[in-house]
Design a protein around this ligand. Structure first.
Ligand code: BGC
Length: 692
């Protein structure tokens, strides 16, 4: 490690040009180094779910290598559903070791933006609607990454909760609301988690762009939180040289190779030479880069070498996937299914679809990906005849689903999805045929499993666009309804990063699993849950609404505008809103069944140790894991007749606030005393309660 003094000496030795070359992109994913002083370039890579594939240095041309396949981890929403800090640490650790193994310095994740609406295209990259759950898991994730001499880069700061017009939209939001809902994960990750890097967002917050916001980057992050790590812009999120230079931003990255024209390149040199920007500001930025490099042992000493595609990593990916599956319905114990089934029919495109290479910058080349269909077949073996029919098709997008979309991602007129009436007609015809085939087959099989949901097609779970509504795409509702009419025993598995509208068929569906994007072993985990090799223990990290009107952002009409979105819903996001207004959603936050039953009693709060202790028993006949969720009790329901649009600031505090959680394993009949840590400290005089 270099000393502080040595870092100061290096800065003094650097010329203005050298310093400037370090503070902006010199490649799509790297800055320039300074060879004569042994300062290497800083190499970034995307990868909340695995280290992204290699691009040419100066373009978005994929290199097409055979050596950039990696371990594909479950998405952050899946990780959140585990309610398991240890798994968050392990996920980070796999990512960090692989990033190092691939020669990267900074891995651009985790994304910790709050899921304010189920429409947000990047929800699958984010953890939860709840700031506490998000921060608890993200802190562990970051610690896991950084033990490998790789920096995590928590993103996108701040209030980046929609993809519609993400490059320009102005988010109008109160400071108090930011502090309670949208900032805690960033705060804790940077302070408690010791994260070395932060990424600014594209959007504006209260009038100014996130990646060059003097107030949030300087006053809040640097001064209030005491953060001396790296701040990097989102790719192309800088708009003004002086503002960027004066804000806490250290490195400007973008999507085109005209590096000298970046705001923090020649235009900044000019301002320094004219005396309008002090060289001291450039020194500070350079210092932050050198501090980061020093922390990663890039300047001196021995650096860990990392590894990728190890057996151990794949096992960890499987463990996370297994604990992320959420059992939403299981009437009459339809599940688990009997492994001795002779004839099994699997229906639905998602049974056979691979997801790793989609979603935007979260894409990756997975070493392999077990689809649910393969998971089922490899679990059952050759004595079961498994037939697969597609049932529906996603194939509506023609023209270019542009491979090099990122090159054009700053173009406001860029349309990712093409469609036409003629193509829509053809698709309707095809889907009808697929449905008829599925319905005919459904009558002939002992068991049928439907696997559907969302995918990473632009407009669904994908960067740069929001979903138009929360309906299942591709006429899946029609297919599901018709199938359930003739086979009410049909088991359903849905994949996706956020809630879908289930109203058309949910009352007729009796067995339903939610599988997220479960990574390379996602299909194995789904199959194990279906046939009882694991006992599902995932919980919803977000509210599954019946429809958008139950979600605060939509109830008040403040989501998805192109110019400005006012967060008038305040702190009433997710369950804080549904609770307060007496709304019963389709499935609430924290919901998740098991093949056994649990009970929790005698919760006692201890102010001194900041804990809640309770007794938890497994009252069923199978072993299983269970999460204990501790909430702080708050106010009462909003007075009858309150109007979410106008009265939100006057209705007092939320009814409950998640303040602690723990996950344990219990054999049938076993009882354990569990102590749940209230990480932020028990508030004197407040009541806490525990649920399983
Ligand atoms: C995304 C970031 C990503 C960056 C680099 C941007 O489009 O918003 O999350 O890390 O590109 O690929």
């Amino acid at each position: 490690m270099l000393t502080k003094e040595r870092i100061e000496e290096i800065i003094a030795e650097l010329t203005l040009d050298e310093k400037l070359s370090m503070i902006h992109g010199n490649g799509m994913f790297e800055t320039a180094g300074v060879e004569r002083l042994n300062i290497p370039p800083l190499i970034f890579s995307d990868g909340p779910m695995g280290v992204r594939l290699e691009f040419e240095k100066d373009s978005w041309e994929k290199k097409g290598l055979s050596d950039d396949y990696v371990t594909y981890l479950p998405c952050n929403s899946a990780l959140a559903a585990t309610f398991n800090r240890e798994l968050a640490y392990e996920t980070g650790s796999v990512l960090g070791e692989e990033a190092r193994g691939r020669g990267k310095d900074v891995i651009l994740g985790p994304g910790v933006n709050i899921k304010r609406s189920p429409l947000c295209g990047r929800n699958f990259e984010y953890f939860s609607e709840d700031p506490y759950l998000t921060k608890e898991l993200a802190v562990e994730y970051v610690k896991g990454v950084q033990q490998w001499d790789v920096s995590a880069c928590v993103k996108h700061f701040l209030a980046n909760n929609q993809e519609t017009a993400r490059l320009e939209v102005d988010t109008i939001v109160d400071e108090e609301v930011l502090k309670e809902i949208y900032m805690p994960a960033f705060h804790d990750v940077l302070t408690r988690g010791g994260c070395y890097s932060l990424m600014g967002s594209y959007n504006r917050i209260n009038g100014k762009f996130g990646s060059q916001h003097t107030h949030y980057l300087n006053d809040v992050v640097r001064d209030e939180w005491g953060y001396d790590g790296l701040i990097v812009s989102d790719w192309g999120a800088v708009h003004d040289t002086a503002e960027a230079a004066e804000s806490g931003l250290d490195v400007e990255m973008s999507v085109t190779p005209d590096y000298d024209d970046y705001f923090m390149a020649s235009p900044l040199k000019k301002l320094v030479e004219e005396g309008r920007i002090s060289e001291e500001l450039i020194n500070k930025k350079t210092e932050h880069i050198l501090i980061l490099m020093n922390r990663l042992n890039m300047l001196d000493g021995e650096r860990k070498s990392g590894a990728y595609n190890t057996e151990e990593h794949r096992k960890k990916a499987l463990r996370v996937a297994e604990e992320s599956v959420v059992l939403l319905k299981n009437d009459k114990n339809i599940l688990p299914l009997d492994k001795k089934v002779k004839k099994l029919l699997v229906i639905g495109e998602n049974a056979d679809k691979l997801h790793a290479l989609g979603g935007g910058s979260a894409e990756l080349k997975s070493l392999y990906e077990i689809s649910p269909l393969m998971g089922i077949k490899k679990l059952l073996g050759g004595n079961t005849a498994v037939k697969y029919v597609k049932g529906y098709s996603s194939d509506i997008y023609r023209g270019d689903v542009d491979e090099k979309w990122q090159e054009r991602s700053l173009d406001l007129s860029f349309v990712r999805v093409n469609s036409s009436e003629e193509a829509d007609e053809k698709m309707k015809e095809l889907r009808k045929q697929l449905r008829e085939e599925a319905l005919a087959a459904a009558k002939e099989y002992e068991n049928i499993i439907f696997v559907g949901g969302l995918d990473h097609v632009p407009g669904h779970d994908s960067e740069g666009d929001d979903r138009q509504d929360i309906k299942l795409p591709y006429e899946q509702d029609i297919l599901i309804k018709e199938l359930l009419k003739i086979r009410p025993d049909m088991v359903m598995v849905l994949t996706g990063g956020c809630a879908v509208d289930m109203r058309e068929w949910i009352d007729d569906s009796h067995a339903l699993l939610w599988g997220w994007y479960g990574g390379m072993e996602g299909g194995t985990a789904v199959a194990e849950a279906l046939f009882g090799d694991i006992n599902p223990s995932g919980r919803l990290p977000e509210t599954f609404y019946h429809d958008l009107s139950e979600c605060s952002a939509h109830a008040i009409g403040e989501y998805g505008h192109r110019d400005r979105v006012e967060y008038k819903d305040g702190i009433y996001v997710g369950y804080r809103y549904t609770d307060k207004f007496g709304i019963t959603p389709q499935f609430p936050f924290g919901y998740g069944l098991s093949y056994t039953t649990f009970e929790c009693s005698n919760a006692v709060t201890d102010e001194e140790s900041s804990t809640v202790t309770c007794e938890v028993s497994n009252t069923g006949s199978r072993a299983g894991k269970v999460s204990i969720l501790v909430y702080m009790k708050g106010g009462d329901e909003a007075p009858a007749g309150s109007d979410a649009q106008n009265d939100i600031s006057t209705i007092g505090e939320p009814i409950k606030v998640l303040s602690g959680f723990e996950k344990i394993f219990l054999e049938p009949g076993e009882k354990k005393t569990v102590t749940v840590n209230i990480t932020d400290g028990v508030i004197k005089g407040r009541e806490y309660f525990a649920v399983v």
